[in-house]
Design a protein around this ligand. Structure first.
Ligand SMILES: C[S@@+](CC[C@H](N)C(=O)[O-])C[C@H]1O[C@@H](n2cnc3c(N)ncnc32)[C@H](O)[C@@H]1O
Length: 277
């Protein structure tokens, strides 16, 4: 859509350099613009502001997601300079600061899938909860208790604020500022379901999740893998066969699913893993 819209301001070669999609979070648009189009940034942002009436701010993403908090560098390029917004998903409202916390609207289908799997009465650990998007969407629909852990203090503050914006939740969400590793290790055999939405590192934390899960608990482990590993079903099975995991629990892969593309021949996938004591 963006490429078509920029037909009058960019030539074919310039348009080919531009990524075909960009994120809109509340009233903030975040777009990747290659260095070759630096001189066209103003034109691109004016075009977005003119066409998308809900957008008030245009930011350029100038780095990949990085660091412990998984944040990205953003430069203001048009509209009103602002990094705070309110995002709506699945009937819930979220306060987001796009500079200081990780947030992606591209996981909405996956959040919906997980919420549909949850049953009333579950005790859930969200190990890398960010601003609590998965947690609040699940609690909107189900009578559950969710420990929503993140190491970024701003993400935990925003989760608290979002809880104030969503009064009619069926379940209870506890935002907890902590490293998920010691937290999981000090809560063994406690959770019916564990979410691990830190795809770059979640395999490192899998032994701790195995310990924190109850017998027959379900773990949703997100990973980034080359497409070839994803297509080879044995890859995830052999990961679970690592001695440090095998010695802890019997585990079964219930589903091994593509979530989204994250790079050329690289995808985010999720393994739904059931563990038995
Ligand atoms: C990809 S984001 C999670 C996004 C979130 N689930 C959502 O849907 O918006 C990963 C999160 O893990 C957090 N994180 C990184 N290392 C952590 C750790 N050791 N313990 C707890 N949280 C951690 C980061 O601060 C970041 O918010």
């Amino acid at each position: 859509m963006l490429k078509e819209a920029l037909g009058q301001v960019l030539n074919d070669e310039e348009r080919a350099l531009l990524s075909s999609s960009f994120d809109v979070i509340g009233d903030i648009a975040i777009i990747k613009i290659p260095d070759e189009l630096h001189s066209k940034e103003n034109l691109i942002s004016e075009n977005i502001l003119a066409r998308m009436k809900n957008v008030r701010t245009v930011l350029k993403q100038s780095s990949d997601v990085k660091g412990e908090f998984r944040t990205r560098e953003l430069c203001f390029i048009g509209g009103k300079e602002n990094y705070d917004t309110i995002y709506k998903e699945a009937g819930c409202l979220f306060r987001v600061n796009v500079k200081n916390v990780y947030f992606s609207p591209r996981l909405s289908t996956e959040r919906e899938r997980i919420a549909s799997r949850v049953k009333d009465g579950e005790h859930i650990l969200n190990m890398f909860a960010g601003i609590g998007t998965f947690s609040i969407i699940i609690a909107k629909k189900k009578q559950v208790q969710i420990e929503s852990v993140d190491i970024n203090p701003i993400a935990i503050e925003l989760a608290q604020e979002s809880l104030g914006l969503n009064k009619k939740l069926k379940g209870k969400v506890n935002p907890i500022l902590s490293d998920a590793l010691p937290y999981s290790l000090s809560h063994q055999n406690q959770f019916d379901r564990i979410l691990m939405p830190l795809p770059e590192r979640s395999l490192e934390f899998l032994p701790a999740a195995f310990r924190a899960a109850k017998d027959q608990g379900m773990i949703h482990c997100y990973v980034h893998v080359p497409t070839s590993n994803f297509e080879d079903n044995n890859w995830i099975v052999s990961e679970l066969n690592r001695a440090e995991l095998r010695n802890l629990r019997k585990a079964e892969v219930i589903e091994w699913k593509r979530v989204r593309e994250v790079g050329p021949r690289y995808i985010q996938a999720v393994a739904d893993i059931k563990v038995y004591s």
